[in-house]
Design a protein around this ligand. Sequence first.
Ligand code: NAD
Length: 475
Amino acid sequence: MSYSTDLGLYIDGSWRAGEGRDTHSVINPATGEALAELPLATAADLDEALAATAKGFAHWRGVDVNARAAILHKVADHIRERAEPIAVMLTTEQGKPLAEARTEVLSCAAQFDYFAEEAKRSYGRVLVRPTGQRALVLKQPVGPVAAFSPWNFPVNLMCKKMAAALAAGCSIIAKPPEETPASTSAIMQCVIDGGVPGNVAQLVYGVPDMVSRHLIASPIIRKVSFTGSVPVGKHLLKLAADGVKRTTMELGGHAPVLIFDDCDLEKAITLSATTKFRNAGQVCISPTRFYVQEGVYDRFVAGFAAHTKKVQVGNGLDAGTVMGPLANGRRPSAIAALVEDATSKGAKLLTGGSRGNQGFFFAPTVLSDVPMSAKVMDDEPFGPVALMRPFKTFDEAVEQANRLPFGLAAYAFTENARQANLVADALDTGMVGLNSFMISMPDAPFGGVKESGFGSEGGPEGLDSYYVTKAVHQY
Ligand code: NAD
């Protein structure tokens, strides 16, 4: 399977395309060339999807949890069988190196497997009452879900929402990003082939503002799940408020990394410089603000910059490529503006800072001694940019780490166990990595605090966000 140009919407059990719908050009970010035309949903398409999801929910909620789990395991099997061609499509339309794309596709299978099993353990509670009386706390699926996911991990983030919703007994209308439709549609085909009914899981693309307004305004939708930027998250929250709908918001971050004098410096440098450029830094938990204690600042910065200069940038399909292009044409100019602002205010550019000659490339970039007045210290660059600043004391580092309105992920490197515990307690984020950047896995809650959002994806907490509770009192 090479890149699929046969793109469509999946509504009420059939793929739809053409028929006068507007289209969006899908671009290869490594070359800037058009790959395909994606049909965009009309209001009539969305109305059809809404009517179908209501019927789908009425059916799916009544399917035994073990039967649902068996179907979701089959979906996972199909994803694993088709992982290679889906990964090639993902790299072609998103840009990330093929090895990263493979990992992402396989993570989708892991999510379907995890939630299939976890849903079996969604027990309620029995409250003990006088003889002959009981009170039961039941978990029931919240209802039809509208799920909006972004272009940085197109298949992983769609599956996080879809696997949990389906496992809990909800129906779902997913709107993945318009930039990367071939990979998300290929995953959707796995969902269909696994046996999920065509009105239970549906897939639409469209003009994001039109689709979200239309779906969220419908009384049929009972839950909204969004991953993306803080401003769009706030906008969707306001729309959801009108219908008092359950929401999960996984929004931006600007992750701090505290490098203490007593860390394993070689490990800290290697892990930091490797993780920073994964997916070209377009990761909501990407390590970005490096606060380094004075005793190791010079060595950390020099080691990080040396490592960065060796990062091989190229087409994600080429063997040896470590970092691909940015995912879309909006990113290089946004990042260039932030880097220019920082250097004009006195930040030292140790490497990178420039765009490529074709496609949406931007060089891996390291800025040291970045002044606090630089915009990039406040605004998430969401790209291959690492910022370095020295610190003296523990309290100063924690204050800097916590100073922004975001609170998604933070990291610390220290070999002192007490210091590790203290810093983990003090960081105002939903997730903390200690001596590691590995914080995203199916069985652990993933989510932020403050303006980074609320609600978790992953783990029992992620599944719970697709249930409502009902208390039944029996006398
Ligand atoms: P954006 O803010 O316009 O869009 C962010 C995402 O939301 C996209 O996937 C987009 O399709 C979607 N979106 C936009 N308007 C929407 C609407 N009205 N209804 C529903 N969905 C909508 O900007 P962008 O240029 O795509 O990305 C820029 C910023 O977004 C980045 O700098 C980053 O901070 C943030 N972002 C975060 C994540 C994440 O994983 N949390 C992922 C992608 C982008």
